[in-house]
Design a protein around this ligand. Structure first.
Ligand code: OOG
Ligand code: NI
Length: 460
C-alpha cells in the first residue's frame, strides 16, 4: 500500500540514470564527447526532417530522447543476478527477453532490465543489459572452481543498499530522501574499481579462459561497461567519431540504413586500456573493459518480421563465415535487405511490424457511421486514424555479440557447445523474463481497442 510520501519508481529510475551518466562522464571522458556528438547529430536530424520532429513530439518521444540511455553489466553468480533484479525493481525495471551469447563465443547469457509500460517508457526508458557468466562453459575444472571461490567471497552491494531494497519491497516504495540514498548506494555497485581482487597470475589464467571471465571475476563489482545515448542518425554519428578522437568500430551492427528504421542499429568506440593493480608483489597491470556505444532505434517487429530479419541477416553473415568483418559487408547488407519491405503500409499489411493506433484530430471531430467496424487501414487512408511505429526497446543477440567481441581487446574467437538455457537463467534470476514480442503485441492491441471504443462512443 503506497503512501503519498513515496516517490514513483519512474522518478527513482530517472534520478539513477542521471547519476549513472554523471559518474560515467567522470570515469570515461570520451563518453562526454560522445554525448555532445549525439546531441549535435540529433539536432541536425530533427532540423532536416520536420516530419520526424512532428511525429516524435506527438508521440512524446522527443522529450525522452535527450535522457535516453542504456548501460551494460556482467555478474558472476545467481545471487548477484537475483539481487540485481530486486534492485532494478525498485526503479520499475523488469527483466525482458533472454539472450544466449554462447552461440557467438561469449560465455554468458543475458536479459535486459527495463520499464515495460507505455507511460513508464515515455517517462524514461533507461535499460541495463545484464549478463550472467556461465562458469560451466570454462573447460578447465580447477580454474572453474577457482573462479567460483573468488566470486563467492565478494559482496557487490553495500549493506545500506540491501536495507533500502528490503524497505522498498516492504513499504511499496521509497520517500524522496531514501530514494536519493538508494541511488547513491546503488551507484556503488556500478562504479569502476582499479584495484583487482586477485594477483597477476590468477588474472592471467582467467583471462586465458576468456577475457570476459577475467572481467567478471577479478574485480570488486560489476562496473558499468558502457552507457549508450540514442541517436537519430547513426551513420552521421559514426562518421563524426574519428574526428573527435574515437576509435570507432568498423561496421554498424544490425539492419542497414532504411527509409523506415527497424529494430536497432549500434556502433561503438573501442574499449580503453586502463591501469589496474593486482594484489601481491607484481601489482601493475592493465585491463580493457569500458567503452562507448551509440544506438539508433526503429520499429519493433512481429514474430514474422523478426524471423525475416534473422533470415536475411544470416544470409549476409554466412558469406565467407566472416560475420560483419567481411569486406563490403555494408554493401551486401543493403543488397540482401532490399527484400525487407520499407514502407510502413507494407510493414503493417504484411504483419511485419507493430504500430500504436490512435484517432487523428479529424477522426475525433467526425467519425462517420461506417467507421465503427471499418478496416483500420481504410480509416488510415481516410485520415481518421493514424499508426505510429512502436519503438523497439530491446536488444539483438548477434549485435550484442559483435559489441562484446569488439570490446574485449583480444583477437581470439572461442567456440562453445552453444545452447540456450533460459530456464537455468530464470532460476538464477528468481523470476521469469517477459517475452518482449508479447509486450509489443499487447501495446498494439490496447491501442486498437482504444480506437474502437472511441469510435463506438462517438456513434452512440
Ligand atoms: C553487453 C554488450 C551488449 C548491446 O547494446 O547490445 C550490449 C556487454 O558488453 O556487457 O550492450
Ligand atoms: Ni550496449
Amino acid at each position: 500500500s503506497s503512501s503519498p510520501r513515496l516517490v514513483s519508481a519512474d522518478e527513482i529510475r530517472t534520478r539513477f540514470s542521471r547519476a549513472m551518466s554523471e559518474m560515467y562522464r567522470q570515469e570515461v571522458p570520451q563518453y562526454g564527447t560522445l554525448i555532445d556528438l549525439v546531441a549535435e547529430v540529433n539536432a541536425q536530424a530533427l532540423q532536416a526532417d520536420p516530419a520526424l520532429r512532428e511525429r516524435m513530439a506527438r508521440s512524446g518521444e522527443l522529450e525522452r530522447l535527450d535522457v535516453e540511455r542504456h548501460g551494460a553489466i556482467r555478474v558472476g553468480t545467481a545471487e548477484e543476478l537475483a539481487t540485481l533484479r530486486r534492485l532494478f525493481a525498485v526503479m520499475g525495471m523488469e527483466p525482458v527477453g533472454y539472450y544466449d551469447l554462447s552461440v557467438a563465443g561469449v560465455p554468458v547469457h543475458s536479459t535486459a532490465f527495463r520499464p515495460v509500460h507505455d507511460d513508464a517508457l515515455l517517462a524514461n526508458p533507461f535499460r541495463v543489459f545484464t549478463s550472467l557468466l556461465r562458469l560451466e562453459l570454462i573447460a578447465d575444472a580447477a580454474l572453474r572452481e577457482q573462479a567460483a571461490q573468488i566470486l563467492k567471497r565478494r559482496q557487490i552491494f553495500t549493506p545500506r543498499a540491501l536495507e533500502l531494497i528490503d524497505q522498498a519491497e516492504r513499504d511499496g516504495g521509497l520517500d524522496s530522501q531514501d530514494a536519493d540514498a538508494f541511488v547513491q548506494q546503488a551507484l556503488e555497485t556500478f562504479r569502476w574499481h582499479s584495484d583487482a581482487t586477485v594477483d597477476a597470475a590468477a588474472y592471467e589464467a582467467l583471462q586465458k579462459a576468456h577475457r570476459l571471465v577475467a572481467d567478471v571475476v577479478c574485480f570488486k563489482g560489476p562496473h558499468i561497461n558502457h552507457l549508450t545515448p540514442r541517436t537519430l542518425d547513426i551513420d552521421l554519428a559514426q562518421a563524426g567519431m574519428p574526428a573527435r578522437g574515437m576509435d570507432a568500430k568498423d561496421v554498424v551492427e544490425g539492419p542497414p540504413q532504411r527509409a523506415c528504421p527497424i529494430l536497432l542499429r549500434q556502433t561503438s568506440f573501442k574499449a580503453l586500456k586502463e591501469a589496474i593493480r593486482f594484489t601481491g608483489a607484481d601489482s601493475a597491470g592493465a585491463h580493457t573493459a569500458r567503452f562507448g556505444e551509440i544506438e539508433q532505434r526503429g520499429v519493433a517487429l512481429t514474430r514474422k518480421g523478426r524471423a525475416l530479419y534473422d533470415e536475411l541477416l544470416g544470409l549476409v553473415r554466412c558469406i565467407d563465415n566472416a560475420g560483419s568483418a567481411a569486406p563490403d559487408y555494408d554493401y551486401r547488407l543493403q543488397q540482401v535487405f532490399a527484400q525487407f519491405p520499407d514502407t510502413h503500409e507494407e510493414l503493417r499489411n504484411q504483419g511485419l511490424a507493430f504500430y500504436r493506433y490512435s484517432l487523428t484530430e479529424q477522426g475525433q471531430a467526425r467519425s462517420p457511421q461506417s467507421a465503427a467496424d471499418a478496416d483500420l487501414e481504410e480509416l488510415i487512408a481516410q485520415g481518421l486514424v493514424e499508426a505510429e511505429p512502436i519503438t523497439y526497446e530491446d536488444f539483438l543477440p548477434v549485435s550484442a555479440a559483435g559489441i562484446f567481441q569488439s570490446n574485449l581487446g583480444g583477437e581470439e574467437q572461442k567456440q562453445y557447445q552453444a545452447h540456450a538455457a533460459q530456464q537455468v537463467f530464470e532460476s538464477a534470476l528468481g523470476a521469469r523474463v517477459h517475452d518482449e514480442i508479447a509486450l509489443y503485441e499487447a501495446a498494439q492491441q490496447q491501442s486498437m481497442a482504444r480506437v474502437r471504443t472511441a469510435l463506438a462512443g462517438a456513434l452512440a
